[in-house]
Design a protein around this ligand. Structure first.
Ligand code: CA
Ligand code: CA
Length: 146
């Protein structure tokens, strides 16, 4: 994999994740991203918050970004949303989504688990931030790798 750096997923798996994001963002103005690290030496929620800022996910117009964070080698995962979403949902949503992702990871693997999180976030975002005609793709749908 010349110069491409670390790529834990094959092309089909990457495509599955990115397609889930593309489909999700057809329903909502919200922005969903996936970041994958090998290791996470700290709390995965804390790490996700740092990544969120680093990827400029806190600069969307409606502050409605959602980040799914995965540290593959340590089987750590977290999902966080920006302040615009926190005003609307309590911790229950994030806990339920985490449970759902972990279930899917156990039964079907990490890619399905990530996609389950994307789908849950899409449903939530579509309710509160429906897609608009002039919607922009504010954050690229590519997977970000640590
Ligand atoms: Ca958008
Ligand atoms: Ca996007």
């Amino acid at each position: 994999m010349l110069g491409l750096g670390w790529r834990p997923f094959n092309q089909a798996e990457e495509h599955q994740i990115v397609s889930s994001i593309v489909e999700a963002e057809k329903l909502t103005s919200g922005e969903i991203k996936v970041h994958v690290d090998k290791w996470c030496k700290t709390d995965p929620v804390y790490k996700a918050q740092n990544v969120f800022h680093h990827l400029k996910m806190d600069e969307t117009q409606a502050r409605n970004g959602v980040l799914i964070y995965v540290a593959l080698k340590e089987h750590k995962i977290s999902i966080i949303g920006d302040v615009g979403i926190h005003e609307l949902v309590g911790p229950g949503f994030w806990n339920n989504t985490m449970d759902h992702m972990l279930q899917e990871i156990k039964s079907k693997g990490v890619v399905e688990g990530i996609c389950a999180g994307i789908d849950d976030a899409a449903k939530l975002l579509a309710t509160h931030f429906p897609a608009k005609d002039d919607d922009k793709d504010e954050l690229s749908n590519d997977i970000s790798y640590g």
